[in-house]
Design a binder for this molecule. Structure first.
Ligand code: HSE
Length: 291
């Protein structure tokens, strides 16, 4: 039997749409696998009632098939689905690392990224490595068609998950099809600033590089209270605020000493709009770990 913990992740970070991702120190999914003649899946934990246990419809079923590794797979969800915190990626990443170990497939972490992405495509209809890459490799990741670049970084984040549902499909439909050159220039500048901030463990640079005027404003309309929460987080000392992945989680970067205040401010911001929310105080963390 093999057990693996894989973390929640935050994709995009504003300026890195479909490219940037970070592993968060919490929450996380725990996946336990045992060899079996055919794959069966049990799901418990946060939002498990919405997750199909049929291997053809579950993200880990596709991972087991891709690795030719049939197993009894138990998933304990710490990451609620449709949260913008890479819920299906966490399960897929944990299953890929666990089954690779169970069946001694000998794949490297980097080689497991496309395997886990195949699993994610089962639920999202589209494979993006920006969640599975950090879920498997940890740290800050830059996922492009040429592969994944990983940077070790230590930045405090606050992730505030409102009790509303935004479908990834809707969130992708509102993404503008075109942008102008001035926005391209701005985005390149912000993405470069953010990447430099990661190398320097500098929450100011990371925060200012999270600004995005292309995708985030279009998606913000899908999240009740987004503008108020963003403003409240900045007032409490956040250095950058944006939508985590496709939402509805709102994520803020901040210095250590204001992390708690930022979390409280974001909760209050949602509460002022009649939206209940939970908050995770996290840092950039490890990728999937064998337990
Ligand atoms: N980069 C993706 C998006 C993450 O923002 O739509 C969710 O799959």
């Amino acid at each position: 039997m093999v057990t693996v913990r894989a973390p929640a992740t935050s994709a995009n970070l504003g300026s890195g749409f479909d490219v940037f991702g970070v592993a968060l120190s919490r929450p996380a999914d725990i996946v336990r696998v045992e060899k079996a003649s055919e794959t069966t899946i049990d799901v418990t934990g946060a939002g498990s009632q919405y997750i199909p246990e049929d291997p053809k419809k579950n993200t880990v079923g596709a991972v087991a098939e891709a690795l030719d590794a049939p197993a009894h797979i138990r998933i304990d969800k710490g990451v609620r689905p449709a949260s913008g915190l890479g819920s299906s990626a966490a399960s897929a990443a944990a299953a890929a690392v666990a089954l690779n170990e169970l069946y001694d497939r000998g794949k490297t972490r980097e080689e497991l990224v496309p395997v886990a992405a195949k699993g994610e495509a089962v639920v999202s209809g589209d494979a993006h490595d920006d969640n599975v890459a950090p879920a498997i490799m940890g740290g800050f990741t830059i996922a492009t068609d040429d592969g994944v670049t990983r940077v070790d970084a230590d930045i405090p984040f606050v992730a505030c998950l409102p009790d509303i549902v935004v479908s990834t499909r809707d969130a992708r439909e509102v993404v503008p099809k075109r942008t102008d050159v001035s926005q391209l220039v701005e985005t390149v500048g912000n993405a470069a600033t953010l990447t430099t901030g990661m190398h320097r463990d500098d929450p100011e640079l990371v925060g200012s590089g999270m600004y995005d005027s292309v995708v985030t404003p279009a998606r913000a309309k899908l999240i009740d209270g987004y503008d108020a929460v963003r403003e409240a987080a900045f007032d409490a000392g956040a250095t950058g605020v944006t939508i985590s992945g496709a939402g509805p989680t709102v994520i803020a970067a901040c210095p250590d000493e204001v992390q708690r205040d930022v979390g409280v401010a974001m909760l209050d911001g949602f509460a002022d709009h009649g939206v209940e929310a939970s908050v995770y105080q996290a840092r950039i963390g490890e990728g999937a770990q064998l337990l």
